[in-house]
Design a binder for this molecule. Structure first.
Ligand SMILES: [Zn+2]
Length: 138
């Protein structure tokens, strides 16, 4: 039996929740607004802090909410498949060695870290803006 950790956008879009799916309580609250039956079919678990810290260490520019981080931590802790269409979540999951499956979209590699120049607002793969001549930290 392989557990699945399902995020709210996947749960809301999917026709049904796969067997052996779990999530976090914040995601259940979100799913409830759209589909009470789906929300009640899910079990909420709480990831351990060490896994939350591990996820945070592996964010390289991806935009994640607190709930996203908890879902990733839970998937890592349970060695589960993460079900989400959020490519930022998928990217961090791949970096952590978590298997991912999207409903509409599934990426195969983590996203490359991108740096934004605070002066001109452009994004680069390297921490340097050739237009402004600045070193970029973020
Ligand atoms: Zn610039």
């Amino acid at each position: 039996m392989v557990l699945k950790v399902v995020d709210s956008s996947y749960a809301i879009r999917a026709d049904f929740i796969p067997k052996d799916s779990v999530t976090v309580k914040e995601a259940i609250k979100e799913i409830q607004k759209f589909d009470k039956e789906k929300a009640y079919s899910l079990i909420a678990l709480e990831p351990k802090k060490e896994y939350i810290d591990l996820v945070k260490q592996n964010i390289k520019g991806e935009k994640l909410s607190k709930t996203d981080i908890k879902l990733l931590a839970l998937a890592k802790q349970l060695n589960a498949i993460l079900l989400t269409d959020d490519t930022d979540m998928q990217s961090v999951a791949l970096r952590l060695g978590i298997k991912v499956k999207g409903y509409r979209i599934t990426i195969e590699k983590p996203k490359k870290k991108r740096y934004r120049c605070p002066n001109c607002g452009r994004f680069y793969n390297k921490p340097y803006c050739p237009i402004c001549g600045l070193r970029l930290n973020q």
